[in-house]
Unconditional design. Structure first.
Length: 234
């Protein structure tokens, strides 16, 4: 990417790669779809499953991308210890991070952990009526009921965390005039917030696509290998 293209949008530099942005918004769609289809009734359970697959693959991808992705997508680049988090809180947001700030990093890690847990538990859970995850046959119904309880409790925690995440994004946008939503759409942040050399020059799209394909294939194989099982009502 040429220097001219780096500043293609006036006074901005590329920070968030395309895979991070696509995964972020696809997770929004997947989570919203999973909640909507859950409350829509049994007729929508097949779509609830599909949304769950999407969330699980993307959450696992984003976790892996945190180790092999571009500069600002890597956990090592933005996850900080308690001292740095407290220092950021004391500064009341006056310090500007190129990528995730120390407090936002905790939110990212927690969200990814809960999203992955939600997808994984959904594979084994059941509703004790007629619907079950595709890997239900690998465990007993008693075990599945326990997993389902975790699945439901985790959903509550996920809803709370997502609510806090949205509130924080709105606060940054309106109170501190930092358009985080726009940055997650365009991938760019103001040049004044991104020192020279800190911008990224490649999104590593082929590697990202390969990881997603492998994860999707592994999930599909696991589902196809699961034994048939039915839910006992008594």
């Amino acid at each position: 990417m040429s220097a001219g293209r780096t500043d293609a949008a006036e006074g901005s530099r590329l920070v968030w790669d395309l895979p991070v942005r696509v995964a972020h918004w696809a997770l929004v769609v997947g989570v919203a779809g999973a909640w909507a289809t859950h409350y829509a009734g049994a007729a929508w359970f097949a779509w609830h499953r599909r949304c769950g697959y999407l969330v699980l693959v993307l959450a696992l991808f984003r976790i892996l991308w945190g180790f092999v992705g571009t500069r600002h997508a890597r956990f090592a680049n933005f996850v900080r210890g308690p001292r740095r988090v407290l220092g950021y809180l004391r500064a009341q947001g006056t310090t500007v991070s190129v990528g995730h700030n120390p407090l936002g990093a905790l939110s990212v890690v927690a969200l990814l952990a809960l999203l992955a847990a939600q997808g994984l538990t959904g594979l084994f859970a059941n509703d004790e009526i007629a619907s079950a995850g595709p890997l239900f046959g690998w465990i007993s119904q008693v075990q599945s009921n326990r997993v389902a309880a975790v699945h439901h409790a985790n959903a509550i925690g996920l809803a709370i965390l997502i609510g806090l995440h949205v509130a924080a994004v709105l606060w940054y946008g309106f109170a501190w005039r930092r358009p985080l939503v726009k940055a997650m759409v365009t991938g760019r942040r103001p040049a004044g917030h991104v020192p020279p050399g800190e911008e990224i020059r490649s999104s590593r799209n082929l590697l990202a696509a390969a990881i997603v394909v492998v994860l999707a294939i592994v999930l599909a194989l696991a589902i196809s290998a699961a034994p048939e099982a039915s839910i006992s009502l008594y």
